[in-house]
Design a protein around this ligand. Structure first.
Ligand code: NAD
Length: 290
């Protein structure tokens, strides 16, 4: 029975994952590299729950009870009481592997491990741990409290018992799941990222302005957000990384990350998280940067 969940990485995804787990009644230990990051994450979760209270999606008491289930820590030692750890650190294979290697000695032998990776093979991450049968991909969508889907990815060694436990947790979080096999980009990003990359190519080649491309896809394809605003929400570094994984693993030119996307990443214009990407978010209204 899963009761205590550890979340590693308190960025936009880890904070969102902690948020929904607390609301579903799980005790959560949230970990990151510094107390400063954890403090920022806590105030973000608090603000986000406050919005839910304002919209009558949550009572003030439910919010307080949920927040009382949260513990933050920079120390993996705290994870010994966890039944499941969900990793949501930076999308970088070396960082993720190092994290799992350092983490496993602190866990009980029953503890399940999940990665929220967007594109790194689950089997490759599972192999650096002592429990590939208890390792699985749990790919939440951004923003986690709002989006309905969690993509579940089985690695080559993931057991059916692990899969069923994770399926049950997704249900308890009030979300839907789809099962994807462990191939680059899984289902959602395999289809979504080439579309975002193509939108950046359209901008690069001058087919349309940022606003025209986004409006075109919002109104012409009925997408709730344009591809460039969505890229800013996801993080341009994450988008570039996923395209690189698709390109390297499949070797087809259609997956080549657009040079303009790489230019934005080089500039540190990573989207909403740095206040500037395809749009500048410093003022009241987002302003296109080209
Ligand atoms: P982010 O940059 O907002 O957060 C990453 C966090 O990881 C940072 O707070 C960083 O300090 C922390 N971190 C880095 N190394 C660490 C370590 N060794 N130990 C503990 N913490 C560490 O990134 P994000 O957007 O939250 O993405 C996190 C993961 O979620 C990535 O794997 C990404 O691919 C995946 N993901 C992202 C999205 C999205 O839309 N952004 C959607 C689904 C999945």
């Amino acid at each position: 029975m899963i009761q205590n969940i550890g979340v590693i990485g308190a960025g936009q995804m880890g904070s969102g994952i902690a948020h929904v787990c607390m609301l579903a009644g799980y005790k959560v230990i949230l970990n990151d590299l510094s107390e400063k990051i954890l403090k920022k994450s806590f105030s973000g979760i608090d603000r986000s729950m406050e919005k839910q209270v304002a919209r009558n999606k949550l009572s003030a008491q439910e919010k307080e009870e949920a927040l009382s289930r949260l513990q933050t820590s920079v120390d993996f030692g705290e994870f010994k009481k966890c039944d499941l750890i969900i990793e949501a650190v930076t999308e970088d294979e070396t960082i993720k592997k190092d994290t799992f290697k350092k983490l496993t000695p602190h866990l009980t032998s029953q503890c399940l491990l999940a990665s929220n990776t967007s594109s790194i093979p689950i089997t490759a991450l599972a192999c650096v741990t002592d429990r590939p049968d208890k390792f699985i991909g749990m790919h939440f969508m951004n923003p986690v409290p709002v989006m309905q889907l969690v993509e579940i990815i089985k690695g080559i060694a993931t057991s059916n018992t692990t899969f069923h436990s994770i399926q049950d947790i997704v249900k308890r979080l009030g979300k839907q799941s789809v099962l994807s096999e462990d191939f680059p980009g899984f289902i959602v990003n395999r289809i979504l990222m080439p579309m975002i990359n193509e939108a950046v190519y359209a901008l690069f080649e001058g087919v349309g302005t940022i606003e025209a491309i986004d409006k075109g896809m919002r109104m012409g394809a009925n997408h709730p957000m344009g591809p460039l605003e969505l890229a800013d929400l996801i993080g341009l570094d994450t988008c570039a990384f996923i395209m690189e994984v698709l390109y390297k693993s499949r070797g087809e030119s259609k997956y080549k990350p657009c040079p303009l996307l790489m230019k934005y990443v080089e500039a540190g214009w990573l989207g909403r998280k740095t206040n500037r990407g395809f749009y500048d978010y410093k003022g009241e209204q987002p302003i296109p940067t080209r």
